[in-house]
Design a protein around this ligand. Structure first.
Ligand code: ACM
Length: 271
């Protein structure tokens, strides 16, 4: 299964330009599953709710989600990407830091980030839908479990563990990483859950209202042994595709006596 990352530098507030950049990077490339960064449509450093209102969208008909739908259909491939989601809930507008998984036939699934990082808490509501695994099939792969998590979710090992327990074989991890730890830590997330992980991180720097953030690039794809199959540069736009066998993530036996799921002693873990 051809699995890839698209690493780039979203330009804050320029949704159309960001779409163009994504289309250009995807041109001529083949993949079955492509993972884009967190908030890939909008950029990261919001300064007001008005800005977020303007740049967020409903997944069913938003500009960015529709553009991804077109790429997904054209490439006959699944795409995961972060975007600021607008939701109407009981007459109230809420905003979520979300990921969308788009299928080439137009169906889509949403994940809303459950662990908000730092000032994201000023703008976004915390995710309110369960961690789910979606089964996907295509050319040469069938019934593969896909889980989504977003950036800082990696800091909470329960997120990847819950996805793995629910059948995720590939964890799609759209990110805007600013701390230097995640790209190393994902080796453990992959190993301890015996899953593939695909961390698609953004690059570049954003400056807004006296605040500045630098993003660390270095997107990584790992196999269930925690081995790096791919590491991106710190600062370049890249679309990289790796051939993986998702069936490897179905085997949870480390040896003839240890199965990482059956050996869990959850009665000792409850607080
Ligand atoms: C992060 O969660 N964007 C650091």
């Amino acid at each position: 299964m051809k699995t890839g990352i698209l690493q780039f530098k979203p330009i804050f507030g320029k949704v159309k330009e960001n779409i163009k950049n994504i289309e250009n990077l995807a041109r001529g490339k083949e993949f079955d599953l492509l993972v884009l960064p967190e908030l890939a449509s909008s950029g990261y450093l919001f300064a007001s709710i008005d800005e977020l209102e303007e740049l967020s969208e409903f997944p069913e008909d938003g500009l960015f989600c529709n553009a991804l739908r077109k790429i997904s259909e054209k490439k006959n491939a699944y795409i995961v990407s972060g975007f600021p989601e607008k939701a109407d809930e009981g007459g109230k507008t809420r905003f979520y830091n979300s990921s969308i998984l788009i299928s080439p036939d137009g169906r889509y699934y949403i994940y809303r980030k459950i662990h908000l990082f730092y000032e994201e808490k000023l703008w976004f509501s915390p995710g309110n839908i369960p961690l789910e695994v979606h089964r996907i099939s295509g050319r040469g792969y069938e019934d593969v479990g896909i889980g989504m998590m977003i950036c800082f979710d990696w800091f909470f090992p329960e997120t990847a563990r819950a996805l793995a327990l629910r059948g995720a074989q590939i964890i799609c991890h759209s990110s805007n990483l600013v701390m230097p730890y995640c790209q190393s830590a994902m080796s453990v997330r992959a190993l301890e859950n015996q899953v593939f992980t695909v961390t698609s991180n953004r690059t570049g720097r954003e400056i807004c209202g006296g605040k500045e953030m630098e993003f660390t690039g270095g997107s990584v794809i790992l196999n269930p042994n925690g081995d790096y199959l791919f590491r991106a540069s710190r600062d370049k736009d890249e679309l990289a595709v790796i051939e993986i066998d998702p069936a490897l993530a179905l085997n949870k036996n480390l040896n003839s006596r240890n199965n990482i799921f059956k050996d869990r002693r959850s009665e000792f873990y409850e607080k």
